[in-house]
Design a binder for this molecule. Structure first.
Ligand code: WTA
Length: 639
């Protein structure tokens, strides 16, 4: 047992889970005691789901970076904290030991301070996957500022929406980012966003691609120049700012079924304890192991399992700038081989896309260092699970199928590698502290084995969402109002005879495209912005690699032109408004949409048609115009 709270047998798991449900305060209080607090909390947990009001370790004082950096210096100072593999394998990799990372985070915390960033300020970070992104995030946490990382695949408009919502006055970005053969001009995108955000006071720009950028006097400064100023002062340490456990650590925007993305708020204490606990238990992390999570830090997986989880545990986290298929589809295997990776944590979409290249790219790669495999982000299909098990893990490595969400902060339902049983395509059992249940549409609990329903959680765990930034009511209606006294996940699940859960996918209007959450309403709004579009309806359909593809039905009344060109224009519009990740895969022009007499679009029917399941459209007699279904069906685009 390498960590005092590491579970080491199935029995041990059962005991821990039972205790966590019976006495959550005793359970989590003991675990939290293994962290570095400046002052102990007044009360472990105080909650109700009605408001909701959820406070973990309130009154406790800490800074999460002291837990991720300072407390490791003595023993692990010379151990690698971050191993960075660049996009281009020809470029040199970088390794930052705990001492070096500590030094750089302190240095950049001074930069933030010199640029006017104070506790509670919102700082938007829009960078590629380089060590400076990790440094920027941790430096924000050190000065007590609230970081809001935005994934590089979002457009200027999406960034502007987020900046306005968070009222972020500071931005940290790069001139550009390398991604496969592409070079993405991040600072230019920021410049476009800032036209609508005059309140932004300062942009700090790191040089990565040497893409030409416009630097605006008084607003934009170079990262390197600012570091130089700190160096001339002799690089003083930056004393970590004392935070309350319930002070906000970060905001991360995510899509829901309605309206614009919402800012999920996580706080310092509970998030720290939960990400660490789930990290060392799910992956059964052992000191000195190399943990390779392939996610981007722009998503929650990167926050929790590239940064805060592994660093809190004094682990070694591998950060990769590139993509799995460039320069070739052997990239992941080369990295595993080169750094003797022990834990590989990736998404089903990446596995499916690599499967498509056959076994060639795996040949000659030494994967014997691998001990544990993990997946996250979407349901994994049987075929991908077995391919991963057989060809990557060589049947020796337990696979952890980890179900969780941006809102949950950390892993909620998953087997623990080699400790609790696994079952292909099942996330299996809940983490200690997590009590899942299934309910029907009326909120009635569905008990027993081999049943399915809507997945809810009964009581809070330390990593639970606290609010949606600037709009607490939205948090309540989204998660705590569908079923009184329960947190509703938006997912459907089934439970087998062992009590194992299998997540079947979203039951709301949220799509999961390549593991990225996209709201159908968001895509519709973007399509409707295109001149000539009268109305649209967006649904998901099964996609071999992406899991789900985006299928759009569009009523178009613009001057008639070439259909292929109009499709391109619409796609381009979505790219502009949301970002390339939300581009529709298929656009079908229709003359009407199936609506009920009250004007509601019957998505169920559109989903069936997109799936090609036209035999089971169900009752369409309640539609305003049942004929429209036949017309749409005839024009269906095959896959
Ligand atoms: C889905 C990612 C099946 C689910 C950490 C959830 C999964 C949404 C799994 C959250 C899994 C995540 N099996 N589905 N192991 N993990 N999901 O917020 O629909 O980007 O609600 O968080 O991804 O996506 P998010």
């Amino acid at each position: 047992m390498s960590y005092p709270y590491q579970i080491n047998s199935f029995d041990d798991y059962k005991t821990a889970w039972a205790k966590s449900i019976e006495d959550p305060e005793g359970f989590w209080g003991e675990i939290a005691g293994h962290f570095l607090w400046r002052k102990k909390w007044d009360k472990v947990l105080d909650w109700n789901f009605k408001e909701p009001r959820i406070r973990w370790f309130a009154g406790g004082k800490l800074n999460i970076t002291e837990n991720c950096l300072d407390r490791h210096l003595e023993k692990l100072g010379s151990e690698p904290a971050i191993i960075w593999e660049p996009n281009n394998p020809e470029e040199h990799h970088r390794i930052l030991t705990y001492k070096q990372l500590y030094f750089k985070v302190n240095q950049f915390a001074n930069v933030l301070h010199n640029n006017g960033v104070k506790k509670g300020d919102r700082v938007c970070i829009y960078m590629g996957m380089i060590p400076e992104l990790a440094i920027a995030v941790l430096a924000c946490a050190r000065v007590g500022a609230i970081h809001s990382v935005i994934f590089g695949g979002f457009s200027a408009q999406s960034i502007a929406d987020r900046l306005q919502d968070a009222k972020a006055e500071f931005i940290i970005t790069c001139d550009g980012a390398f991604r496969g053969a592409k070079d993405i001009p991040l600072k230019n995108v920021i410049d476009d966003a800032l036209i609508a955000c005059p309140f932004v006071k300062r942009t700090i720009v790191f040089t990565r691609t040497r893409t030409p950028v416009s630097m605006i006097k008084g607003r934009d400064v170079w990262w390197e120049d600012e570091i130089h100023k700190v160096e001339t002062l002799g690089n003083p340490d930056f004393p970590a700012v004392e935070m309350d456990a319930e002070d906000t650590l970060f905001i991360l925007y995510t899509s829901g079924s309605t309206g614009k993305p919402k800012g999920v708020v996580h706080t310092c204490g509970g998030y720290m304890v939960f990400t660490n606990y789930t990290f060392v238990n799910t992956f059964q992390y052992q000191p000195e192991e190399v943990h390779f999570c392939t996610a981007d830090i722009g998503w929650i997986t990167g926050h929790s399992y590239i940064l805060y989880g592994p660093l809190g545990a004094g682990g070694t986290s591998l950060m990769f700038e590139g993509i799995p298929t460039w320069p070739d589809a052997g990239r992941f295997w080369d990295i595993v081989d080169k750094y003797r990776v022990n834990i590989l944590y990736t998404a089903p979409t990446a596995i499916r896309s690599l499967m498509g290249f056959g076994l060639g790219p795996l040949q000659g790669k030494d994967l014997s260092s691998l001990r544990i495999l993990g997946t996250v982000g979407e349901p994994i299909n049987e075929e991908a699970w077995h391919w991963y098990d057989e060809h990557v893990g060589k049947r020796r490595c337990p696979i952890v199928d980890t179900w969780w969400q941006t809102e949950t902060g950390g892993i909620m339902i998953s087997n623990m590698a080699g400790i609790t049983p696994s079952k292909a395509t099942y996330a299996t059992l809940p983490m200690p502290g997590v009590e899942p249940l299934l309910v029907d549409e009326n909120g009635k609990e569905i008990e027993g084995d081999n049943v399915s329903g809507n997945l809810c959680i009964r009581s809070p765990w330390p990593g639970i969402i606290r609010t949606t930034y600037g709009d607490h009511e939205r948090c309540r209606t989204n998660y705590f109002s569908a079923y009184p006294e329960l947190y509703f996940t938006g997912d459907g699940a089934l439970r087998d005879e062992n009590g194992f859960y299998r997540i079947t996918g979203r039951v709301d209007d949220v799509l999961n495209v390549s593991g990225h959450r996209i709201g159908t309403a968001e895509v519709e709004n973007a399509i409707n912005m295109h001149a000539g579009v009268v109305e649209s309806a967006v649904v998901g359909y099964p996609h071999e690699i992406k899991g789900q593809g985006i299928y759009a039905y569009v009523i178009y009344s613009g001057t008639h032109g070439d259909e292929a060109l109009i499709r391109q224009d619409i796609t381009h519009t979505v790219s502009r408004i949301i970002g390339p990740i939300a581009k529709p895969d298929k656009i079908q022009f229709v003359t009407g949409l199936p609506k009920t007499r009250s004007g509601k679009i019957m998505r169920r029917i559109l989903r069936k048609i997109a799936e090609g399941d036209t035999e089971h459209l169900g009752d369409i007699s309640t539609l305003l115009d049942p004929d429209v279904v036949e017309q749409i069906n005839r024009g269906r685009l095959s896959h």
